[in-house]
Design a protein around this ligand. Structure first.
Ligand code: TYD
Ligand code: MG
Length: 486
């Protein structure tokens, strides 16, 4: 009793190891293994999530149906109604969510909804719960159970009032005991089950405290088993921070069927919803929402994002650009500024970018685009939200964006803020492809850009894709970019 046990969890991929190796044995990253210590104060770790879930499901389902035996391939029911059916969610908000889920809610799926504390996960799930319960698309209301381990039912009720949700079939329950939650779910037999959050629930008999890595894993396993056996979809809310301080949810990414992350910047009311993993659909979809006093609203015309922001005025200034960079499937917004001024003693000053790379960009601009930058004082800055690590910027190479703002400053011509640039600039001024071209182009189209400049080499891979109203401008090199955009 009271002895503590250590686990190492990779902040990059979520891999869990019982031993420290100096690197992650799953993704080979160095120095990403963080130690988590838990005192073994529970009942000796005799119960597992699978056992508990099995017990509850067995007691519930008619005799025999819970036991799965190997099946002949030819006997497996693969009718359209059986395996491909998804519950569509109605309305602009529901459709936005549906798309991110891969076209609707898959019965028996376990979906992890992650995001920073306070970003709006509880708000999102309460709205989704109401829509599922109303079941407008299937013409029939059915119970949905929203379980919170963080708030009382009165608190959730008050929030629902503010959001003008008064769905009769929405059931609220405040509990942290998984066994109790599953038993209550058994009685109700809901159309969907929502757990807010995985960090607050625990399984009796499993070692460690709620929120610890063992509890989180066992609880998730129990819920996965429950979802599969009963065909009830389960949503699991998980607090995550980008720095990986809270390891739990990252370790769950392997267990669950789908992971969607909610993202938002502090100064903006916009929220992005993005599938990070999806066993039932693509991870290219992006949902755009706005947090209002009465809940989340789908942003169908996403160009509003740029119009409604306070800083929209400054975006028209020469030498300033907002760039969207990617980390895996996640996007971050960064701001880049550049100033070129003719002075008697030319100098260069850069912040946030390696000096050598900035020098290279300036050389390329002088040599390949014919700009007379040698008699200029140049200042370049990259500023970014505190959540984005410097590492990330180095990996993402947003240098082509720097070129764009330098051009803008030098030519004293503002970059139209509805034009996006995707690509990298080579030493001879040629535009080159960057990884995940399609995904980036789809993202900027969704964000409301009207035109997108892409390298010639990308033309083929983008052919036939639907970018809505956005026009694709193909350019070979910097000169073409200048002629096309400025
Ligand atoms: P919440 O859903 O509690 O975040 P999470 O569950 O991810 O921690 O929402 C957090 C913020 O959203 C909170 O600061 C208040 C704001 N909010 C609105 O702006 N409008 C609303 O209708 C609601 C319910 C919340
Ligand atoms: Mg919450």
């Amino acid at each position: 009793k009271g002895k503590s046990k250590s686990t190492w969890v990779c902040t990059e991929c979520g891999y869990t190891d019982g031993q420290w190796w100096g690197y992650c044995r799953e993704c080979d990253n160095v120095n990403t293994m963080k130690e988590f210590t838990e005192s073994d104060s529970g009942g000796g770790g005799k119960t597992s999530g699978i056992q508990v879930s099995e017990r509850i499901v067995k007691a519930w389902l008619p005799k025999g149906t819970g036991d799965v035996v190997p099946m002949r391939l030819t006997d497996v029911n693969r009718g359209v109604n059986h395996s491909d059916w998804r519950l569509p969610l109605s309305g602009p908000f529901g459709m936005e969510v549906s798309r991110v889920l891969g076209g609707g809610l898959v019965p028996g799926s376990l979906v992890l909804v992650g995001g920073d504390p306070g970003v709006g996960k509880s708000t999102l799930m309460l709205q989704i719960a109401a829509i599922i319960a109303e079941g407008e698309e299937v013409g029939k209301a059915a119970p949905v159970l929203y379980v919170s381990g963080e708030e009382s039912v009165e608190q959730i009720g008050n929030r629902a009032d503010r959001m003008e949700i008064d769905t009769e079939e929405l059931f609220l329950y405040s509990s942290t005991d998984i066994e109790d939650i599953l038993q209550k779910a058994q009685v109700l037999s809901p159309r969907a089950l929502i757990i807010d959050s995985i960090q607050t629930v625990y399984l009796m008999g499993v070692a460690g405290s709620a929120g610890g890595i063992y509890q989180i894993k066992e609880c998730t396993t129990a819920l996965l088993r429950f979802a599969k056996k009963t065909n009830i979809p389960v949503f699991l809310i998980g607090h995550v921070t980008k720095s990986g301080d809270i390891a739990g949810p990252r370790a769950l990414e392997h267990i669950v069927d789908a992971v969607i992350y909610m993202e938002g910047e502090q100064y903006s009311s916009h929220r992005l919803l993005r599938a990070f993993k999806n066993r039932f659909g693509s991870t290219d979809e992006l949902g755009v929402f706005e947090m209002s006093p009465c809940g989340l609203k789908a942003v169908t015309n996403s160009s509003q994002i740029f119009l409604s922001e306070e800083r929209s005025d400054s975006e028209f200034l020469a030498g300033l650009a907002i760039a969207v960079i990617m980390d895996g499937s996640r996007t971050f917004v960064i701001e880049i500024q550049a100033l070129c001024a003719a002075e008697s003693s030319p100098s260069r000053q850069v912040n946030g970018v390696q000096k050598g790379r900035a020098d290279m960009i300036i050389s390329v601009l002088m040599k390949q685009a014919g700009l007379k930058l040698q008699s200029n004082v140049i200042h370049g800055f990259l500023s970014f939200s505190d959540k984005v690590s410097f590492d990330l910027l180095i990996r993402q190479n947003p240098y082509s964006k720097l070129i764009r703002v330098m051009l803008s400053s030098f030519l004293e011509f503002p970059i139209p803020n509805n034009v996006a640039f995707i690509g990298e600039v080579g030493l001879s001024g040629e535009l080159r492809m960057v990884p995940k071209m399609e995904k980036r182009v789809v993202t900027v189209a969704k964000l409301g850009y009207k035109k997108c400049v892409v390298p010639k080499a990308a033309e083929k891979s983008l052919h036939g894709l639907d970018f809505g109203e956005m026009e694709i401008l193909v350019c070979m090199n910097l000169k073409e970019v200048i002629n096309t955009v400025f």
